[in-house]
Write a protein that binds this ligand. Structure first.
Ligand SMILES: [Zn+2]
Length: 101
């Protein structure tokens, strides 16, 4: 019985690929994950330089969305992030606090 490394779905109907991913999780890994890692890195860089709140809010949202998509793949050790996702999430919370003061 196969089990997906990412979403942990298991069963006799579940087929996993060479990376242990089911058909729901595999496309993101092959098609979008690298893009999301890049987006996340660029957003973090931009956030360290941003000068006004509107731009920061937009970047924070983009970074959070990418991070949430990446988390299960990071947990499955399939995504390599610049830092552990928990640390990135904490950094984003701190940045958000700066901009909402
Ligand atoms: Zn899956």
């Amino acid at each position: 019985m196969a089990q997906c490394r990412c979403c942990h779905t298991r069963g006799f109907m579940v087929e996993t690929d060479v990376n242990g991913l089911c058909e729901a999780c595999a496309p993101y890994y092959y098609l979008q994950m690298d893009e999301d890692i890049k987006t996340l890195q660029l957003s973090l860089q931009a956030l360290s330089r941003i000068q006004y709140a509107g731009a920061a809010a937009a970047r924070l949202e983009i970074a959070r969305e990418s991070l949430e998509r990446l988390r299960p793949y990071e947990a499955a050790k399939l995504a390599r992030l610049p830092k552990p996702s928990d640390e990135i999430a904490r950094d984003l919370d701190e940045l958000e606090a700066q901009w909402t003061d």
